[in-house]
Design a binder for this molecule. Structure first.
Ligand code: AMP
Ligand code: MG
Length: 496
């Protein structure tokens, strides 16, 4: 069935050779029901949000009809999952409908997930249940509000079908996901492993055109591509760590070439700070723990570089040399983003990117985090109350955001098992602040915009899912709303 909903599609991925995907329509569902449409995102993408909420729009979002101009397909990719090689994965429960070019000029994929079986489903049912759909909706939109590159949620619908999971039959749902593209490290690995150099080159050129056009100017555009992907990835992982985010399944098929956070499976924001924190119930070895994420990104990027070897240089030895040399830069690039970001959280302002802070700051940052883990301190609350403390302590006391700034010292102290340790640390922090050249205003504003007050805590996400299963979407709406403005105190929402 064709939908009457008008989406200004401008599809490019579907014009790639047939080895890149299988053309496939979504599989219809019983009784679609709208959960939410992201009106702001729709408008940004050049889509009128009102028709999406109509009966026709909801049928389309559930996969019961295909909009005019769509070219539905399931993408093929491969990947290393927890280190083990899977030669063929692909969209096992998702369909790429097509792309639009937004009012901001950005090309984005419209992708419906939970839309039924495809040739890549392996043993799976091709479906999603309501829980993960709401998780992805709330957490991806919270990420976007935190200003962290991420796929986003355009809509969510219930299907009216039950999905069978370990817990029993659960309500089925579909999320419409939006990404700058759904090309992954695993997409490159797939074409590399197929040994089809032409397709590999087509893919690399497509990615350069779509995401990294500046690479075309470089002497070796494919080397530049690795450098640019690596830079975005390093920046992304540093940003995750600065909000305490743990992705949980950093497999190569879950690493976006565009540098967006993708696939919100068993991810979470940590409460108590500990570098070894793991959330995924399937990650027994702690492979993807908070502090291991840069190492895993590095490993994944090595796989990316390896998959480009056939086109990096005609001489295989030279190609390996170029790939290795490029990937070896990861640690330095990452460290810059990491220390700069943590510096900002502490009110230390780097002069410019790459000229990081003062000598000794990385040690100070490391010692500060150690203090937090020794005292089992809540990560988000520490930086949030430090920001409040700074506001009342660094002079002027301008811009007091809420009445409670004076309480922040006490609130900080309450987070520590040994409050004296905090007192000593605050003296060191103050001494370092005294050497800061940036104005107090600038420091406070940097701290405010680096230290979120609201993050999606796991128990809250679980609570909205519990309520939604009984048909009550009010908690989902409320949590989503609070998280849309994470850096501003919302006294009425203090319980979050
Ligand atoms: P993920 O762990 O979500 O990144 O998924 C890994 C692979 O398994 C991807 O190729 C998915 O498309 C596929 N997959 C996950 N869940 C299902 C499902 N319920 N049915 C079919 N394929 C699935
Ligand atoms: Mg995945």
């Amino acid at each position: 069935m064709t939908s009457t909903v008008n989406i200004p599609f401008d599809n490019s991925f579907s014009q790639l050779p047939e080895q890149f995907y299988t053309r496939q329509d979504p599989v219809p569902v019983a009784a679609p029901k709208l959960i939410k449409v992201n009106e702001g995102l729709a408008t940004l993408m050049g889509i009128d949000p009102a028709p999406l909420k109509s009966e026709d729009g909801v049928q389309m979002l559930a996969g019961n009809s295909v909009p005019n101009g769509a070219s539905p397909l399931a993408m093929v990719y491969a990947g290393h999952q927890f280190g083990g090689w899977s030669p063929r994965l692909g969209d096992g429960r998702a369909i790429l409908l097509g792309e639009t070019i937004g009012t901001d000029g950005v090309r984005r994929d419209i992708h419906i997930k939970g839309s039924g079986r495809t040739p890549y489903s392996r043993g799976g049912d091709g479906r999603a249940w309501l829980g993960p759909v709401l998780r992805e909706y709330v957490i991806s939109e919270a990420m976007a509000a935190l200003d962290i590159p991420t796929t986003r949620a355009l809509a969510a619908v219930e299907t009216g079908n039950k999905v069978l999971r370990e817990e029993g039959p659960l309500p089925g749902a579909i999320i419409t996901r939006v990404a700058q593209s759904h090309i992954r490290v695993g997409t490159f690995q797939y074409h590399y492993s197929q040994g089809n150099k032409d397709n590999l080159r087509i893919l690399a050129n497509y990615v350069i055109d779509r995401h990294y056009p500046e690479a075309k100017q470089a002497q070796n555009p494919y080397r530049a591509l690795i450098e640019m992907v690596m830079d975005r990835q390093a920046r992304l992982i540093a940003k995750w760590m600065q909000v305490g985010f743990i992705h949980g399944v950093m497999n190569t098929d879950n690493m976006s070439i565009a540098g967006e956070t993708i696939d919100f499976g068993p991810c979470a924001f940590m409460d108590t700070y500990h570098p070894g924190t793991v959330f995924s119930s399937i990650d027994h070895a702690g492979r993807y723990a908070w502090a291991k994420q840069p190492g895993m990104a590095h490993w994944n990027l090595s796989q990316f570089a390896q998959s480009l070897l056939p086109i990096l240089h005609e001489d295989a030895q030279v190609a390996v040399g170029i790939g290795q040399e490029t990937i070896d830069e990861f640690q330095d690039i990452f460290s810059n983003y990491y220390f700069e970001g943590f510096g900002k959280k502490l009110g230390l302002i780097p002069l410019q990117h790459g000229v990081t802070l003062q000598h000794g700051d990385p040690d100070f940052i490391g010692d500060s985090l150690k203090l937090l883990s020794d005292n089992e301190v809540d990560f988000t609350l520490f930086f949030r109350h430090l920001t409040g403390y700074a506001r009342s302590n660094l002079g002027q006391d301008q811009g007091a955001e809420d009445q409670s700034d004076q309480d922040h010292k006490e609130k900080l102290q309450n987070l520590f098992k040994e409050p004296e340790a905090l007192t000593t640390w605050l003296q060191q922090w103050q001494a370092r602040q005294d050497q800061e050249e940036a104005s107090t205003e600038k420091r406070l504003e940097t701290m405010r915009t680096s230290n979120p007050i609201f993050i999606p805590r796991n128990h809250q996400v679980e609570a909205i899912i519990q309520a939604a299963v009984t048909g009550d979407y009010a908690p989902f709406e409320q949590l989503h709303k609070v998280l849309s403005d994470p850096y501003t105190a919302q006294p009425a929402n203090a319980r979050y």
